[in-house]
Design a protein. Structure first.
Length: 308
């Protein structure tokens, strides 16, 4: 039996409805999963008409969205779609959650402090999580998520890096069926500190985290200079890379396989995926958006749900 996947429609002012309507017409998507969309039917129908495709998926109507929502209304609606879809998965009405993109800024208009899907789902589920970018050639897990760069050195700790390394190992073993995952950990500084010349975080924070993971039986290595590590990981030398801050991990992941790289939240009691892009307001509702990242996110959600 193909798995039911709960899908949040995303921000109605962004490209979410458009890429979702397109993705649901993809033959492989139709074969691999049973979609249940949480959102606004009229918006989805309008998006399908824009892209000249039929819209036939089940829709759980959430609220009454105005025909021309304000930024605040769009943000509030997008967040409620996520909440309703995630509750459906928790109640086992679906096997996985796939979220179309929302605008953090618009959600924050009505929910101050909102940082993104990953942090919100961690808080509402009560479980510590990590963000993985999973592509066909590279998997990257973040030790820190949405932080200003100047805050990163003060936020990373041996305990956090070890937690993310161990979580990545467990999820790769349980969901990806990799018997003994090989995890490589980035250094924070250029050349992984160059023996302390460019900083001491590698010796003081990162190396103890790696040793802690090894003691726990994990095949972890590092700290590696990030610029040399990512080409090795893309060649298959490692099953995942732990990056210490957002752009350190996301730039190589997106550069390498943008359309097929999927955002996966590790640590939740259910599968959650998302396309690795935002609302793309500059091209929204112009029939220009590419549905391939959404297709990749839906297919991975179905795959991981089937292996759970």
């Amino acid at each position: 039996m193909i798995p039911a996947v709960a899908i949040s429609m995303g921000d109605p002012l962004g490209i979410g409805p458009e890429v979702l309507a397109l993705a649901l017409t993809d033959l492989e998507v139709r074969v691999r999963l049973d979609p249940v969309v949480f959102g606004d039917r009229a918006t989805l129908q309008r998006a399908a008409e824009l892209r000249k495709v039929p819209f036939e998926a089940r829709v759980v109507q959430v609220g009454n969205l105005p025909a021309r929502p304000s930024a605040r209304e769009a943000g509030a609606a997008a967040l409620e779609y996520v909440n309703r879809a995630s509750r459906a998965v928790i109640a086992r009405e679906a096997k996985a959650l796939c979220t179309a993109p929302l605008s953090k800024a618009r959600v924050a208009l009505g929910a101050p402090g909102f940082m993104g899907h990953t942090e919100h789902l961690a808080r509402t589920s009560g479980t510590p999580t990590a963000m993985m970018l999973a592509g066909p050639r590279l998997r990257v897990v973040l030790a820190t998520n949405h932080l200003a760069l100047h805050d990163v050195p003060g936020k990373i700790s041996a305990a956090q890096i070890a937690f993310v390394t161990e979580l990545a190992c467990r999820e790769l073993r349980d969901r990806w069926r990799i018997a003994k995952p090989r995890i490589a950990v980035c250094g924070l500084n250029p050349h992984a500190g160059e023996g302390g010349i460019f900083g001491d975080e590698e010796a003081r924070v990162v190396a103890p985290a790696i040793e802690q993971s090894r003691v726990a039986g994990i095949d972890a290595s590092g700290p590696h200079p990030a610029d040399g590590l990512f080409p090795r990981a893309a060649r298959g030398d490692f099953d995942a890379v732990v990056a210490l801050y957002h752009d350190q991990g996301l730039i190589p992941a997106k550069l390498l396989d943008f359309n097929e790289t999927v955002n996966v939240t590790l640590g939740l009691p259910f599968v959650r995926t998302s396309p690795d892009h935002g609302t793309a307001d500059d091209i929204a509702w112009q029939a220009k958006a590419d549905a391939r990242p959404m297709i990749s996110a839906l297919l991975l959600a179905a795959k991981l749900a089937s292996s759970a």
